[in-house]
Design a protein around this ligand. Structure first.
Ligand SMILES: [Zn+2]
Length: 338
């Protein structure tokens, strides 16, 4: 009892909640920047069975954000080290380490929840597919620079979105930590938000449900909670998953607009807050790309919409996202790209 005493003192947290956590089988894919901060809290809370998948080894450059590892751990497998750490933290729960990479053909049935601690888009798409196939909710997290996104997906549910509903296209200018650099606390905070969202979801605390997206800006300290709807046309979880196969949807052709061709367009700047601050665009509405799913309804349906960003890539993602939602008069404003 004393191990969980402090959470059991909360009016929101009863012995039933504790038992629920004890009976939960959690899969964490990746024991790096997100898994390392998230897992100790999940083990500490009493999640009964935690499986950690990671084939990677500790590098000295990981330590500023993956603080469960020590300098002497360099070269050792992360899943194995994390399992040892968690077993000492809470010997009453079961921990399994899998020292491999997850593959498309893998069978991941039997888990109650999957946590995405990977750092690249391909792995995230794969986890999304496995989540849909095994009908297991997915708590995804990602960081880039000073921005974090943490969200819950359940594409197998006909009313809940999947990861692909949010990111239908490869975000071309998204950098991984390796390329883009990261402050240790940013990864740590995102991992802890992921653990927190997982606990709230499992315990039914607050209004956390599939489709909940937390958009975190660790520079302005701005946090937004959004609710994403399922995209009925989503290639990963749309209608095709439930009924008969449907016709292949043609990819929309998004026109590229020269600034001279602007008429009564609503110009939407989809860059980050810091980019907009550095180089503002006059008369543009600012909605960062990651907020588009939660805010696109603010845009008028009876006027043409032109998206603008640094390299036209995020603009294209935004335009295609709106196109799929019935906004047929969308384009990319080719003004900033070199
Ligand atoms: Zn989807």
């Amino acid at each position: 009892m004393s191990r969980y005493e402090k959470q059991l003192l909360l009016p929101e947290f009863t012995q039933e909640h504790q038992d629920l956590l004890k009976n939960t089988k959690l899969l964490m894919v990746g024991a790096g920047g997100l898994g390392a901060p998230a897992l100790p809290y999940l083990a500490g809370a009493g999640i009964g069975h935690i499986t950690i998948v990671d084939d990677d080894v500790v590098d000295i450059s990981n330590l500023h954000r993956q603080t469960i590892f020590k300098t002497s751990d360099a070269g050792k497998n992360k899943a194995e080290l994390t399992a040892a750490y968690l077993r000492e933290l809470n010997p009453e729960i079961k921990i399994t380490a899998v020292l491999q990479r997850l593959n498309v053909g893998d069978d991941i049935d039997g888990f109650d929840i999957i946590l995405d601690g990977t750092d690249n888009f391909e792995s995230k798409q794969l986890l999304n597919e496995l989540s849909i196939r095994s009908k297991t909710p997915l708590v995804a997290a990602s960081v880039e620079g000073f921005n974090g996104t943490v969200a819950i997906f359940a594409g197998f549910d006909k009313n809940a979105p999947c990861y692909h509903c949010l990111f239908p296209e490869l975000p071309l200018d998204c950098k991984s930590c390796v390329e883009g650099g990261i402050l240790g606390t940013v990864a740590g905070l995102a991992g802890m938000y992921q653990a927190h969202l997982t606990l709230c979801f499992l315990l039914g605390i607050g209004d956390v449900k599939p489709g909940t997206i937390l958009s975190l800006d660790f520079k302005t300290m701005r946090t937004q909670a959004l609710q994403l709807e399922k995209n009925p046309e989503c290639a990963a979880c749309g209608k095709a998953q439930y009924g008969a196969r449907r016709e292949k949807i043609e990819a929309p052709v998004i026109p590229l607009l020269h600034p001279d061709e602007l008429k009564d367009h609503v110009v939407v700047d989809v860059r980050t807050f810091e980019e907009t601050f550095e180089k503002p665009i006059e008369n543009a509405l600012h909605i960062p790309l990651q907020d588009i799913p939660g805010r696109y309804a603010e845009l008028p349906t009876d006027r043409p919409i032109a998206f603008i960003c640094r390299s036209n890539k995020r603009s294209r993602v935004a335009a295609e996202y709106l196109y799929a939602r019935g906004y047929k008069n969308v384009c990319v404003l080719d003004a900033l790209a070199a």
